[in-house]
Every structure is written in structure tokens, then in C-alpha cells.
Design a binder for this molecule. Structure first.
Ligand code: 26V
Length: 848
């Protein structure tokens, strides 16, 4: 078990971040002011002298000094949007994968240089301090990180917005490797306090569960009253989110759960200390931990409680704000746009109906109009096992009134379906909010769809597939609702902070204005063949690779050649993301090198990082396979160091910030049709990695942007995958025709990488041969060929560098500022600040 004091997430190495881009002159007055502010915080808020302060104390003092400066902007932002009666966006998400905030906020406030200098004068190194901040991992992966990027872009575009979520006591587990096996440990990110958050003990809402519903006839109108059995308090914690240039600050408001009566004194006095605080334990369980996204949505009562808890608190807060400024709720949709991040907050649809009809006496039809106009819903996956449903009985027990409301919505909705397709029972069953086939379950995707005026996918292909598959019939019933909003990433974090040296080069080459208008990146194009420029561009990459090589050396005890091709696959471990395909190709390459050691092999480093969900046995076995292959390959002297494999433990946002700038090749190799978008693909290409990928998710749009000659596409397309699956999953024929694949599979089956336990990977061998659902065997040859194509290209340095530069030059469209601007214009109908960067490139609307 790693002691808490070592819990910086990263080891000592991350010193690539000594911000060389920020070489502006520093105002002496400001410098003095910041120094005294930090010292004052150290004394008055931490209670220590400079002489006795630990690194963590310094970090906290500096963070608090910075926070003071943010708060002024925050309060004026709040006042301005309140006075203007501005429409507000509410982003409801069970996940916000924010990572560290210190340098992010410093950078956006324009205070990085002055803080770095001030701390330097005080004898403290800023890049040392930033490692003291725990990585806030309140999310599983792409969906949570997207929410964090969106929060930053909304602040940058000066859109008044609040992110609502849960303040989990424990974020995503820490991954520790034990002889190649993943082990999970709790992520105690709050153990040393959190300088960014403001507790709001006065902002508390009651959230109810259980009980029964009473109906009375009130002058011809049915009136429902919910008599709940249980009440839990939701308390707000606010974190300021600063936009670029520091002018606009929004809040991320996270809810923490408490019992109204935390200690039963009478019980305590009898000596039964455990029962005395049982209620508190039950209440606090709600915000105890983040659910992993492997739990098939089936069933977990605590998860449903989490969903309703945060939805109810957030809507009460929103309605309270609206009532105090607008007096009534009739114009809610003119003043509030609520975005549902996946189906997790779908209950918001029923909760708003309950508030309008039961608590504010609106007529059903009017309430429904307001509700649909207020909500919009983003879908993030087509995987059937990921689409949430809840047993009707559980709903009835926990949320009896909400179930009634769902039934009533369903009546009007099914009537519409009947009108559209009279007598078509199948059609009605497919659009119904209740799945009658699998033991009566509430379908959260259907609920979110019916209750929203816009439903979006996250890449052009994904939005098209939504219309053709999961939401085919709903799309027919409510045409025009499905739209596309291709994901984006915030360049402030993924370029400026992660890659300061590249940023410095871009500022010099494209002009200072590139930091405000990323479309200026296209100015790189004219330098892409300039050998002088190419050299400087490669020097930046080399520097970043050195830093990563040092980190891997320290952590994995593997010595890397920084001039080797750094081939990177970093993301959650999942069968559909096909880390298995990558490691199989590694094995085949290993065999080829051993067969012919004298050939002119391109030196390669295969870098993997990612967590498997705790209960996902097969994914954990894949991690073990990667580690076992690493063990054999890295210790095989006959290769002359030409091939190395490294699995980096405990992938998180901070680790991504070190790996991404050092990557030469980006692995985006999901089974076509299964990755909704991907956003790592964008981060890597923005940092100059070439992509090897399938025609899946946003890879397609990346290919369109960077040009087919600057990306390596391989494998089956989504349509082919569907056809093949229908034909059966047996891959024996394919394997018979590919001796290379046969040999790689046999190697893992025979214990070549697990001599002490030859049967360890038998299940993997079996799946590759007979149950190739993810098309790993089917795509193997095509992938292997594409990789050898990459080898050939790598050997022509100017051509490779040119392609790499062009990737950077053509990525502007993938800024989340562009994505958010599209949401603002097409879905939320909120104005974007006039000084915000312009909309980049052409619009890409999904077909159909
Ligand atoms: C959920 C589940 C739940 C049950 C079992 C398997 C499983 C597998 C995946 C998921 C994904 C949850 C949703 C999600 O994180 N989607 C990701 O959203 C990103 C942002 O839109 C997008 O870039 C990724 O492609 C997409 O996988």
C-alpha cells in the first residue's frame, strides 16, 4: 500500500513543465503583491511560517492566494449575468474528470509567470508544487473528461453556466500493479482538504425517497401528494472554473449527502454507538464513491439513489434561482437550458414535471412543453449493455411518484406512436418507456429522448448510427430531434499546459493571437516542409520524449531509447478498444524481429496505460498479458533494444499530460461502430502524433481534417462488422490463412509469455479463435500491414515530420470552444461573448 504522503499520483518526474513559453516581463509590483499574498496565506490560513512549511503547505498557500484573485472575477461574472437576466446553461453530469486545477487556473488567469517568479523568490519550485495537488478523478473516462473540457470552454466563451454533479468522497480507484495484475485502492483525494472548493452550508436541499402517493380530486383536477419515507440533505460545494483570459468564471456545484439527524443522542446514550449514527452512514453512502462504468446499469439501488439525489438537488437549486429572479416558471426554457450528460440524469425530466405539476399547479400539457423546451440530452455510447434501465419495482419503492409520471408521459407518447403507425405493436413496444420484455424495466434513454427537444451524438458517425440503430424508431416518431455535436477538447490544458514547448513554437510561428484563435494554427502549413522548422519541431518532441522516458525508467525500470518510435495507447481497458489487437501485433513483431534480427527494424516503444473496471475480469487479464509480454520482450537481449513494451500504472489526467506530448503514434483502433467519438485521438493528433486507426467515431472527422495521407486507416468498417457478426463469430478460417496470427495466438496459448502458468491466457486464445465479437482476429492482418506502413514512413524523417506538423496545423476544429459554440447556437440558444474566438471551419451535420 502506498503511503498517503507519496500520493502525488506521479513520481518525481514531470519537470518538463517549467513553462518556457511564459517569458513575458514580470511586473515588479505584481510580483511583490503575489509574494506577500502567498506568505499571508501561509501564516493566516495554514498557520505556519515559511521556515516550517512543507511543500503541501506552500501549494495550499499559493492555491488560496490564486483563489482570492479568481473570486473577484467570479463575483462580478455572477452579478453581470444576474443583472442582465441572462439565460443560463446547467450541465448535469454524474462525472467531472477535472484533474489538477492549479496551473490550469493560473494559466487562464494569466498569472503563471508571476506566480512562478514569486514562488521562485520564496525558494519554492512551482512545478514541484503542482505535484502536491491530487488529481481530481470524479469520472471514469471520456464522458467525464468531456464534461471537464466543456466547463472550461463555457467559461472561456463567457456562457453563464453551472455544472452540477456529486462530490464523491472517493474518486476513480487508484490502480496499483502487483506482478502485472491490476489492484484497486481507494482514491482519497480529499484527505488533505481541497483549496478550490467553497462549502455552502447554507445551500442545503431536502431530497426524498420512498413512501407513497396520495391522490385527491381538487375541483375536477387530480392532485398528487408524495408522502416520502426518507429524507436526505444535499449540501453544495462550489468550485470556480476560470475561462481563458480570466474574465469569466463559472461554478461547478457538487452535492454532498448528509442525514438531517446525524446522531440519535438517545440511542447513543444507551451505548449503542453504531446504531446512533446508522442514519448518517446510510445517507452518506450516496456520495461515497463513483460508480465504475462496467456495472451493467442493471440494478444497483445505490446508483439510482445517487442519480435522483443529484438531479433533485440540482433542480431545486435551479428552480429556486429562477423563481427569485423571474417570479414564475412559465418562461423557464427562455432562461435555462439543461443538458443531460448521458442518461444518468434522465430523472430530471420527471422531477421537473413533478415540480411544475404537483408543487406549482401547472397543467400537465403546459408543464410538458416547458420541460421538453428546457432539456436536451447527449448520448455517449451505442453499446446495448451500457444503456441504462431500472426495474419497475425498484422505481416504485424508491420513487413512486416519478414512476406515475413516467407512466403518464408514456400514455401520451404511445398515443403518438399509435397515430404514426396504427396497430403496429412492435413499433410501440420499441419506443415505449417501459421495456416489457425483460421483466418490466424503465428505459432511461427513451425517457431522456422523449423529454428533450434535442438529442445529440458525439461524432458524425455516431449520430448517424443513433438514427439507424438504438433510436431508429424514436427518430421516426420525433424527426429532427437528433443532431450531431462532434466532441472537442480544451486546447488550454491539452496543448498549452501539457506541451509548453510546442506552444512556444506555435506562438512564434503562427503569432501570439493563436492562443485566442486556434484557426491560426493553419499558418503552420507553410512551414511544414521547411527543414529548419522541422528540426525545431522535432526538438520539441524529443524533449518531451526524454521526459517520458525518464518517467518510465523510474516507474517501470525499463530503459528507453528516446529516438525510438513512441507508440501510445492510453484509454480505459475495454474489449472494444482492442488493446488486445495492439499487443497481438506486438507479439507478431517480436517474432518477426527474432526471426530476422539483422533486418533494418524501426526501434519501437509500445506504451500502454489505462484502468480496467474492477469487476471486468477479461480486461484485467489483457493488462496481465501486456505486462507478461513486456517482461519477456524487454529482457530479450537478442532484440538489441529495438522493441520495448511499457504498461504505465494508474492512468489519470496528469499522466496523460505527460504521455500525450511525447507520442509519435496514436492508437485509435476500436472495432468500427463502437467508439462513439474518442477524444484522446484529438489530444494526440494536436500534439503531433500520427493516428493509426479504424474508421470509427471522430477518427473519421480527423481523417477529413488532416487528410487521408496524414493518417493510417485500416480494418473493417462499421457496415462490414455488422455483416460479419451476422455470419458468425468463428475466426478459424481467418487464422488458418494468417500464419503470423496463428503463431501469435499459439504463443499466448502455449505459455510463451507465462511459462509458470501456461494456461493463464487460454480464454483469450479461445475468444480469438471462436468468439471474435470485437473483430480482433478479423482485423489483425490489416492492422499488421498498416503498422509496417508506419515503419516505412518513420524512416523518411522529413515526410514523417511534415505529416506530424500538418496534424497539428489542422486540428483547430477539434477545440471544445467550437463544440460549445455549436451547442450554444443550435441547442441552448444562448449568446456567446462577442470577443470569443470565431467558429472554426465548416459545420458538419449528421446526414439523414
Ligand atoms: C459504459 C458501459 C456500461 C456498461 C458496460 C460497458 C460499458 C462500456 C462503456 C460505457 C461508456 C459510458 C459512456 C462513455 O464514457 N462514453 C464515451 O464518451 C466519450 C465522450 O463523448 C466518447 O469520446 C467515447 O467514445 C465514449 O466511449
Amino acid at each position: 500500500m502506498i503511503p498517503k504522503s507519496e500520493w502525488q499520483g506521479l513520481g518525481a518526474l514531470q519537470e518538463q513543465t517549467n513553462y518556457p513559453l511564459l517569458n513575458q516581463p514580470i511586473d515588479e509590483l505584481a510580483l511583490g503583491e503575489i509574494k506577500s499574498a502567498i506568505l499571508a496565506k501561509l501564516r493566516l490560513a495554514i498557520g505556519k511560517d515559511a521556515g516550517m512549511a512543507t511543500r503541501r503547505d506552500w501549494y495550499k498557500a499559493a492555491a488560496l492566494a490564486l483563489r482570492d484573485r479568481i473570486v473577484h472575477h467570479w463575483l462580478s461574472t455572477e452579478k453581470e449575468s444576474y443583472d442582465a437576466g441572462a439565460k443560463r446553461v446547467y450541465y448535469l453530469s454524474l462525472e467531472f474528470l477535472i484533474g489538477r486545477l492549479f496551473t490550469d487556473a493560473l494559466n487562464n488567469m494569466g498569472l503563471l509567470p508571476v506566480f512562478e517568479a514569486a514562488l521562485g523568490d520564496l525558494g519554492v519550485d512551482l512545478s514541484d508544487l503542482r505535484k502536491c495537488e491530487p488529481d481530481a478523478a470524479l469520472g471514469n473516462g471520456g464522458l467525464g473528461r468531456l464534461a471537464a473540457c466543456f466547463m472550461e470552454s463555457m467559461a472561456t466563451l463567457a456562457i453563464p453556466a453551472i455544472g452540477y454533479g456529486i462530490r464523491y468522497d472517493f474518486g476513480l480507484f487508484r490502480q496499483i500493479m502487483n506482478q502485472g495484475w491490476q489492484q484497486e485502492y481507494p482514491d482519497e483525494w480529499l484527505a488533505y482538504g481541497n483549496p478550490w472548493e467553497f462549502q455552502r452550508p447554507e445551500v442545503v436541499y431536502n431530497v426524498h425517497f420512498g413512501g407513497h402517493v396520495e391522490h385527491v380530486n381538487d375541483r375536477g383536477r387530480d392532485r398528487a401528494t408524495w408522502h416520502p419515507a426518507e429524507t436526505i440533505e444535499a449540501m453544495a460545494y462550489d468550485t470556480p472554473i476560470v475561462g481563458w483570459r480570466g474574465q469569466h468564471v463559472n461554478a461547478l456545484r457538487l452535492w454532498s449527502a448528509h442525514a438531517p439527524d446525524p446522531l440519535k443522542l438517545d440511542v447513543f446514550n444507551t451505548g449503542d454507538y453504531v446504531s446512533a449514527s446508522a442514519e448518517q452512514a446510510r445517507a452518506e453512502a450516496i456520495c461515497k464513491f463513483l460508480y465504475p462504468n462496467d456495472e451493467s446499469a442493471a440494478g444497483r439501488e445505490l446508483r439510482l439513489r445517487q442519480e435522483y439525489f443529484f438531479v433533485s438537488a440540482s433542480l431545486q437549486d435551479l428552480v429556486h434561482r429562477h423563481l427569485s429572479s423571474d417570479g414564475g416558471l412559465r418562461n423557464l426554457a427562455q432562461k435555462a437550458a439543461v443538458q443531460l450528460n448521458d442518461t444518468h440524469p434522465s430523472l430530471a425530466v420527471t422531477e421537473l414535471m413533478r415540480i411544475l405539476v404537483d408543487l406549482h399547479s401547472y397543467r400537465w400539457d403546459e408543464a410538458w412543453k416547458i420541460t421538453v423546451a428546457t432539456f436536451s440530452y447527449t448520448n455517449h455510447t451505442l453499446l446495448p449493455e451500457a444503456l441504462e434501465t431500472w426495474p419497475v419495482e425498484l422505481f416504485e419503492r424508491l420513487l413512486p411518484r416519478h414512476l406515475e409520471i413516467i407512466y403518464r408521459i408514456n400514455v401520451q407518447h404511445l398515443a403518438l406512436a399509435e397515430e404514426r403507425c396504427p396497430g403496429d405493436i412492435e413499433y410501440r413496444a420499441s419506443v415505449s418507456l417501459i421495456d416489457e420484455k425483460s421483466g418490466r424495466r424503465v428505459r432511461m434513454g427513451q425517457l431522456a429522448f422523449v423529454g428533450s427537444h434535442r438529442i445529440n451524438g458525439v461524432s458524425a458517425m455516431h449520430s448517424d448510427l443513433m438514427k439507424e440503430t438504438v433510436f431508429h424508431d424514436l427518430h421516426h416518431l420525433y424527426p429532427g430531434r437528433i443532431t450531431n455535436k462532434t466532441n472537442g477538447i480544451t486546447f488550454r490544458r491539452w496543448l498549452m499546459l501539457a506541451n509548453p514547448r510546442l506552444t512556444a513554437l506555435l506562438r512564434e510561428t503562427c503569432g501570439e493571437a493563436v492562443l485566442d484563435d486556434f484557426s491560426l494554427l493553419e499558418r503552420l502549413e507553410s512551414h511544414s516542409s521547411d527543414l529548419e522548422f522541422q528540426k525545431r519541431f522535432r526538438d520539441v518532441k524529443h524533449h518531451n520524449k526524454l521526459a517520458l522516458a525518464r518517467l518510465i525508467g523510474e516507474r517501470n525500470h525499463v530503459k528507453l531509447d528516446p529516438s525510438a518510435l513512441f507508440d501510445v495507447q492510453i484509454k480505459r481497458i475495454h474489449e472494444y478498444k482492442r488493446q488486445l489487437l495492439n499487443i497481438l501485433e506486438t507479439i507478431a513483431l517480436y517474432h518477426a524481429m527474432k526471426d530476422n534480427p539483422q533486418a533494418n527494424w524501426v526501434p519501437r516503444v509500445k506504451i500502454f496505460s489505462g484502468k480496467a473496471a474492477a469487476s471486468y475480469r477479461y480486461a484485467k487479464l489483457i493488462i496481465k498479458l501486456i505486462s507478461d509480454v513486456a517482461e519477456v520482450v524487454n529482457n530479450d537481449a537478442s532484440l538489441g533494444g529495438k522493441l520495448k513494451v511499457a504498461f504505465l500504472a494508474d492512468y489519470n489526467v496528469s499522466l496523460a499530460e505527460v504521455i500525450i506530448p511525447a507520442a509519435d503514434l496514436s492508437e485509435q483502433i476500436s472495432t468500427a461502430g463502437m467508439e462513439a467519438s474518442g477524444t484522446g485521438n484529438m489530444k494526440l493528433a494536436l500534439n503531433g502524433a500520427l493516428t493509426i486507426g479504424t474508421l470509427d467515431g471522430a477518427n473519421i472527422e480527423i481523417r477529413d481534417a488532416v487528410g487521408a495521407e496524414n493518417i493510417a486507416i485500416f480494418g473493417l468498417e462499421a457496415g462490414d462488422v455488422m455483416v460479419r457478426r451476422k455470419q458468425g463469430l468463428d475466426a478459424s478460417d481467418i487464422i488458418r490463412k494468417s500464419p503470423r496470427l496463428e503463431r501469435a495466438i499459439r504463443a499466448i496459448e502455449s505459455g510463451e509469455f507465462s511459462p509458470g502458468d501456461p494456461a493463464r491466457f487460454a480464454s483469450i486464445g479461445h475468444a480469438l479463435r471462436y468468439l471474435d465479437h470485437y473483430m480482433v482476429s478479423a482485423d489483425f492482418d490489416s492492422y499488421y500491414e498498416a503498422q509496417r506502413g508506419i515503419d516505412a514512413r518513420w524512416q523518411v524523417i522529413p515526410a514523417w515530420t511534415r505529416a506530424s506538423i500538418l496534424n497539428v496545423a489542422r486540428m483547430a476544429w477539434f477545440s471544445s470552444d467550437r463544440t460549445i459554440r455549436e451547442y450554444a447556437e443550435d441547442i441552448w440558444h444562448v449568446p456567446v461573448h462577442p470577443s470569443a474566438p470565431p467558429l472554426i471551419g465548416t459545420r458538419r451535420e449528421a446526414k439523414g
